[in-house]
Write a protein that binds this ligand. Sequence first.
Ligand SMILES: O=C(O)c1cccc(C(=O)CC[C@H]2O[C@@H](n3cnc4c(=O)[nH]cnc43)[C@H](O)[C@@H]2O)c1
Length: 266
Amino acid sequence: MVLQAHEGVLTSSVSFPRVLVATAVPAERDAVARALTSAPPDATRLPAATVHRVAAPGASGAEGPGSGFGLLAAGVGPARAAASTAAALTAAVLDGAPYDLVVCAGIAGGFLPEAPVGSLVVADEITVADLGAETADGFVPVTELGFGTITHRPPGHLVRTAAAATGAATGTVLTVSTVTGTAARAAALRERHPRALAEAMEGFGVAEAAAAHGVPVLELRAVSNAVGPRDRAAWRIGDALTALTEGFGKLAAALESWNAHEPAES
Ligand SMILES: O=C(O)c1cccc(C(=O)CC[C@H]2O[C@@H](n3cnc4c(=O)[nH]cnc43)[C@H](O)[C@@H]2O)c1
């Protein structure tokens, strides 16, 4: 809440951060939109990305250009998601209304028993699980080959705020280019990443784009299936999208009190 004196009258206004929400597919984007508005969002077509704009709940319209949420169906997989997210971030900068935060949101596979179907996970680490080299001694991440990055860490205060608001578990969310389909692969991932709670396919790409722009990132996932043996009949995509809508509504409310321009502890 910001108090302003205008012609001798003290008024209050709320200033909202500008948040870009990157999902993989339109169904996830629409699940996020349902948390924010019942009106159809305004679509802005950009080169390489279409952003749907939604005012923050409770906004008066006087918050300035680009405030509230930009919703982006960024595509499936880390490369497409990075390209679309980078395009949306660049367009906002050129428009003079850069984003304050990027949230990667969507459904995910959950590692049992910590992340059951229907539960929410907020990433305190966003780690790409398959960027590296296969050697005779097993998988070696690019960082051990001497280049690149495999992990992005969202700011701790935002992770705590998001988890407290949504009731999500916090831990590592892995980004994979191949969905896990066997118990052996699930076990190998957990052995290499003991803090992993979920796997999905976009977080690391979205985080790379955010990092290139110096913008903090969060990842919120709703679990639609267990990581393990492939069993399409067991997917609960509808339940996960409902959980995503509920969780995102709570996250949006919590972000209203976040001042993006105030220094915060990590
Ligand atoms: O064909 C399959 O066996 C299969 C199993 C799980 C998910 C898929 C997808 O194509 C969905 C990819 C889409 O959804 C996210 N997602 C959801 N569950 C998982 C998962 O267990 N592992 C990785 N990604 C998952 C992902 O972020 C994509 O956007 C197919």
